[in-house]
Design a protein. Sequence first.
Length: 112
Amino acid sequence: MKRTGGSGEVATSERARAAGLRRIPRRHVAEPGEAKLSDGKVRVTMYLDADVLEYFKGRAARPNAAPYQTQINGELRAVMERGAGDPYASLVEDERFISAVAERVQGSLRKR
């Protein structure tokens, strides 16, 4: 691997080109302060309960589903974005929850 000139680019070797390989140029090099934390991923090691992991792996096994790590990241992001606000705010938007509450209320009114 050789650097070409002062540009910092890496040239493809003759042997690699002969094998049909080529370098893929970088799409973008961020300047300091230009990238946001949400623009990149960070590798972490963490322990999850086995049933939690199996749940997400099961969801990931469905056709056209995102990988389980992506799903876990999405759920964590949803919790983070809800923040310290009303923990029940998302329930108001959940049609299944509203239907279940309505059924329970109607059932209790019938019992009276």
